[in-house]
Write a protein that binds this ligand. Structure first.
Ligand code: PGA
Length: 248
């Protein structure tokens, strides 16, 4: 485990109102597992400030789910890396497959977003992963190579985190099997070592249908430093059970 601490990251996507966030932390805090894991939560950007306030006495890291690739200017509806950092967030998810697929984010936009995040002192959490068609066509390694190199080739000093999330495993209740995860993570590690000076120290997370019932399976896979959780992170007791399952 890099830094001897696993990372459990929660992506809340477009869920939860102010009241629901308050209720979540009422049940979720305090946490006793902080010595063995880093807990990261990405709420809707609208509630970043509220979430930061609610968690200020904990070690939970709060981040955004997306940022603009430009620094500022006429980009109606966008939120800049600088604004996200300004409210106190510490990380940002970049290149989630829902952004790539539904909002047509391109490799070049993702590469710029990584640069913006690093410029603003926000830790990038870069998501990569293949579709089912790509896996079935034997293209997984190629997709990982393309996505990682296009995102990171300009940043040999990249110091973020990478999440391998096969698209077909996200929100389907069908996580990748252990062999697939091990192979993909090894591939990512090899690529990171080629692309980045500290490529052997970049944490690698697995994401895609992680739940409290299956999380234990992932923790002993080589090169898995943590998990990125969507649906199962929305309930406080479920997220707590995932943290316990991965770290104990
Ligand atoms: P899931 O989502 O845990 O609901 O599959 C993971 C993600 O989208 O990061």
């Amino acid at each position: 485990m890099i830094n001897n601490k696993s990372i459990i990251a929660a992506n809340w996507k477009m869920h939860k109102t102010a009241d629901e966030i308050r209720q979540f932390f009422h049940a979720f805090l305090p946490l006793e597992e902080m010595n063995t894991s880093q807990i990261w939560i990405a709420p809707s950007s609208l509630y970043l400030q509220q979430t930061l306030e609610l968690t200020k006495h904990s070690c939970i890291q709060i981040g955004a789910q997306n940022i603009a690739w430009e620094a500022s200017g006429p980009f109606t509806g966008e939120i800049s890396a600088h604004q996200v950092r300004d409210v106190g967030a510490s990380f940002v998810i970049i290149g989630h497959s829902e952004r790539r697929r539904i909002f047509h984010e391109t490799a070049s936009q993702i590469e710029k977003k990584i640069g913006m995040a690093m410029e603003c002192d926000l830790q990038p959490l870069l998501c990569i992963g293949e579709t089912l068609e790509e896996r079935e066509a034997g293209l997984t390694d190629q997709v990982l190579t393309d996505q990682l190199s296009s995102a990171l080739q300009l940043y040999p000093h990249f110091k973020g985190t990478v999440a391998y999330e096969p698209i077909w495993a996200i929100g389907t209740g069908r996580p990748a099997n252990l062999e697939m995860i091990e192979q993909a993570h090894q591939k990512c590690r090899d690529l990171l070592k080629m692309l980045c000076h500290e490529g052997d120290r970049i944490p690698l997370l697995y994401g895609g249908s992680v739940t409290e019932n299956n999380v234990k399976n992932f923790k002993n896979i080589k090169e898995v430093d943590g998990v990125l959780v969507g649906g199962a992170s929305l309930e406080p007791l479920s997220l707590k059970a995932i943290i316990q399952g991965f770290t104990q």
